[in-house]
Design a protein around this ligand. Structure first.
Ligand SMILES: Cc1cc2nc3c(=O)[nH]c(=O)nc-3n(C[C@H](O)[C@H](O)[C@H](O)COP(=O)(O)OP(=O)(O)OC[C@H]3O[C@@H](n4cnc5c(N)ncnc54)[C@H](O)[C@@H]3O)c2cc1C
Length: 331
């Protein structure tokens, strides 16, 4: 049995959104017996800009729905066009990145098609019958619910960073199917007059090593050691929400349910208890090392290596030893 998986490719500033690539990589790697295809809604100009990037995606077919009206995202227009497309080309599974636009587009499309939607997923699997098992935090992050939809396509939005940012770079050229939609009967309701691109912040969520700190560091001065160690080992710093709320770190580096999801090769957690709301953000980390004084802290049983020690003392020790090494290397 071959399952048809369709991924909505979102374009932002003439670039494919990272989350669209993450979903394609995840589906290609772990959905066995599945054909992974993608759909893009864009104007001709944007399509030409991203053409090479699109050809490198590891997909079988790329459906390109083009019209000059699609030069910027428009809720009613995009959801109606997408719904019409899905009525004629129903995949078994349909996935959209949970970006600002994706979170707007998905529910409207689901409502148009009268199908279910599992929003903001942090994990995806398929069962032996080809059904999507979509996992997302629930009850304020206290539980992870795995949801199987009764309607087709099984439809979900996926959080950015939930899956590794694998470099797709495939040689497999997708079959490109261009579709000219009939937009005459669609009422756009509103028109976008202008768009100001947000200044692009550095994307730290793809880092291979992340050094993260929580309340167990006990002070802002100790938290600053997280930045020092990160710099020394070429990692990116991160924090728990509790540390952010105390002003020890900016919100932009918060990991977890209401922060970012990350999937590094190594996550070093200093003085972090491992609350569910934090752990959902690192559920796809390859290795977790936790440093905590409490053997019974939840993170200790969920880590690959659990070190019972004072977090700030370990940080200071590592920084000292690594600084000596780097000085010796420069001699
Ligand atoms: C709706 C909702 C959304 C949330 N979203 C997020 C989110 O996105 N991200 C997030 O992180 N949290 C989130 N939270 C908060 C979350 O529930 C926890 O409160 C938070 O993660 C705890 O942060 P912490 O581990 O730094 O602090 P604590 O839970 O207080 O843990 C501190 C840990 O440090 C250890 N410790 C103490 N002293 C030392 C020492 N000297 N050396 C080493 N270890 C020490 C303690 O044993 C403890 O395990 C959310 C909560 C809610 C309700």
């Amino acid at each position: 049995m071959s399952n048809k998986v369709l991924v909505y490719v979102e374009i932002n500033n003439n670039k494919i959104e990272k989350v669209s690539k993450e979903i394609i990589a995840k589906a290609s790697e772990s959905f066995v017996n599945s054909e992974v295809n993608a759909v893009l809604i864009s104007d001709e100009n944007t399509y030409e800009h991203v053409y090479n990037e699109l050809c490198g995606l590891n997909i079988s077919k790329l459906y390109v729905i083009v019209d000059k009206l699609f030069d910027s995202y428009n809720t009613c227009l995009f959801s109606d066009v997408l719904s019409n497309f899905l009525r004629e080309n129903t995949p078994d599974i349909f996935l959209i990145g949970a970006t600002t636009n994706g979170r707007d587009l998905a529910p409207r499309t689901a409502s148009n098609l009268d199908i279910g939607l599992t929003a903001d997923c942090t994990d995806l699997q398929i069962d032996e019958n080809g059904n999507l098992l979509a996992t997302r935090p629930t009850y304020g992050g206290k539980l992870l619910a795995t949801i199987v939809s009764r309607t087709k396509p099984n439809f979900a939005t996926v959080r950015s960073g939930a899956f590794a940012c694998t470099d797709l770079n495939s040689d497999k050229e997708p079959e490109i199917i261009k579709i000219n939609p009939n937009v005459n009967n669609i009422d756009a309701l509103f028109q976008v007059i202008s768009c100001k691109p947000k200044p692009q912040a550095e994307d730290w969520t793809c880092a291979e090593i992340i050094v993260s700190g929580g309340l167990g560091l006990n002070s802002k001065d100790n938290f600053d050691l997280i930045y020092k160690l990160s710099e020394l080992i070429g990692a990116k710093p991160a924090a728990t929400r509790a540390a952010v709320e105390l002003g020890w770190a900016p919100e932009s580096i918060q990991v977890g349910q209401t922060g970012s999801s990350v999937s590094p090769k190594l996550y070093l957690a200093f003085g972090i208890s491992g609350a569910m709301q934090h752990m959902v953000g690192i559920s796809n980390a390859d290795k977790i090392i936790a440093i905590n004084t409490n053997t019974n802290a939840p993170i200790m049983s969920q880590s690959d290596i659990a070190i019972v020690a004072d977090a700030a003392a370990v940080l200071k020790d590592m920084i000292e030893k690594l600084s000596v090494k780097s000085k010796q290397a420069h001699l």
